[in-house]
Write a protein that binds this ligand. Structure first.
Ligand code: SDX
Length: 431
């Protein structure tokens, strides 16, 4: 960040304070308030962090007005079209697109770390079969710190690298195992002769009774979904990972915290909630009823898959996923999928409705992903686990960036206290 010598003038109780400002390479300037409390004895107030930059970062940039998403400067639509997930993982982790040799080495390292400790299978077996896969994954990812002690020392750069590769490599295996466990089928080991997305599909859908042949179209669609969900600046789950990491907790515990946060329906749980909403709508003639509910302030219902804290015109990922939805459903021969028709009609109706135009609400990344995943054969309970799998590299990249920052310190927000002031204890006989 450049100290552009610009300052912000703040007047509190008749005293004036000059606060330094910094300019980014892209996006809004920031006002440095780190010394505000010491100087002026006041806090800033920003629940939900709508106007707060929690860190500086070089990984992902979002322009909410333009609907632009860049990973290390490369636009998401170009990466989705021309790159593939493991190459995007390399870009997010190391900052540059890899050479052919660097990519081959990286893919080999990931491929050869896809198996999980055999003892972890017993850990899975402690869960009820009807557990939500996200409940299992939250537990198993956190438990990785009980199996991989030799990559938990965050002060050791080599151990940080090993933990990063292990997490990128093992998340598909863990997510597939959670799926198999909940459907009562045997776990499937990863294969080193398959690419990342094909390996995941095979671990999810193959059974011992017959050979599983990967459909290259599905593998490409799966890889594209991974890429589109890889990282997204300081979203709620990434901020959770950063805050957990700021205490010095081990990487597996911090990523488990990110998984837990992502699960919420306002965040990564929206893809499951969106498909369940489309199913509840059922037919296109019921769309007006749900649009009315979404606009009714007395009704807590929201159109799942619509709206975004940052994007105020379009979510570039939704545009790519909408195109993929058409391709995948056509290639799978899933003609006039009623859910997709409802989704497209809902999008059209919502985007022409003054309420949604005024509130700048439009489909986000979760709106179309569920339709593709369902067409690929995944139950809705697997939508958020697949989001968590994809986002693991983003969480790790942000974690590595933060740990390596010499200014890194424990995150400790303050508050606007509205509770009782000092009062004496009252004995129970006097209450
Ligand atoms: C993700 O941050 C990220 O980057 C997240 C993510 C990532 O990649 O990490 O992009 C992934 O989480 C995408 C978002 C998935 N969530 C959903 O689809 C759930 C439905 N969306 C809403 O819950 C909501 O839009 C949020 C949570 C996404 C954004 O909420 P904000 O920015 O806090 O906005 P808000 O709740 O203050 O809403 C602003 C107004 C409100 O009306 P008023 O109080 O001003 O009258 O818009 C209304 C809201 O009622 N509104 C909606 C709505 N979303 C907002 N009304 C109906 N349906 C909706 N979906």
């Amino acid at each position: 960040m450049t100290d552009n010598k610009k300052t912000a003038t703040l007047n509190v109780d008749g005293k004036t304070y000059e606060l330094p400002m910094f300019s980014p390479t892209a996006g809004p300037d920031v006002i440095d308030i780190r010394k505000l409390y010491a100087q002026a004895g006041v806090f800033t107030y920003d629940p939900g962090f709508t106007s707060t930059a929690s860190c500086d970062s070089t990984i992902t940039f979002i322009d909410g007005d333009k609907g632009e998403l860049l990973h290390r400067g490369y636009p998401i639509d170009q990466l989705a079209e021309k790159s593939h997930y493991l190459e995007v993982c390399y870009l997010l982790l190391y900052g540059e697109l890899p050479s052919a040799i660097e990519l081959e080495d990286f893919e080999n390292r990931v491929t050869r770390h896809t198996m999980v400790h055999e003892q972890m299978m017993n850990f899975f077996r402690g869960f009820r079969r009807d557990a939500h896969p996200m409940a299992i994954i939250t537990g198993v990812v956190g438990a990785m710190s009980a199996f991989y002690h030799d990559s938990t020392d965050i002060t050791d750069e080599w151990q940080r690298e090993v933990a990063s590769i292990r997490l990128v490599a093992k998340m598909p295996t863990i997510v597939a195992m959670a799926f198999k466990y909940t459907v009562g089928q045997p776990f499937v080991y990863p294969r080193n002769d398959l690419d990342y997305a094909s390996n995941f599909l095979r671990m999810c859908f193959s059974v011992p009774c017959e050979e599983y042949v990967v459909n290259p179209i599905l593998a490409r669609a799966m890889d594209r979904i991974f890429t589109l969900h890889a990282d997204h600046e300081q979203n709620a789950s990434t901020s959770t990972v950063r805050l957990a990491s700021s205490s010095g907790a081990n990487p597996f515990a911090c990523i488990a915290a990110g998984v837990a946060c992502l699960w919420g329906p306002a965040h990564g749980g929206a893809n499951q909630a969106c498909l369940e909403m489309l199913r509840e709508i059922g037919t296109r003639d019921r769309i007006p009823e749900f649009i009315a509910r979404a606009k009714d302030k007395s009704d807590p219902f929201r159109l799942m898959g619509f709206g975004h804290r940052v994007y105020k015109n379009t979510d570039p990922r939704a545009k790519v996923l909408k195109q993929s939805a058409d391709e995948v459903l056509e290639l799978l021969g899933v003609e006039d999928n009623e859910l997709l028709q409802v989704a497209k009609e809902l999008e059209k109706v919502a985007l022409s409705d003054p309420y949604f135009i005024e509130k700048k609400l439009f489909p986000n990344v979760d709106f179309y992903s569920g339709i593709i995943l369902e067409a690929m054969g995944f139950p809705t309970s697997m939508f958020t686990p697949i989001f968590a799998l994809s986002r693991t590299v983003g969480w790790i990249s942000q974690w590595k960036e933060m740990i390596a920052d010499p200014q890194n310190k424990i995150g400790r927000p303050r508050q606007l206290y509205l509770g009782e002031t000092l009062r004496d204890y009252v004995d129970i006989e006097n209450r």
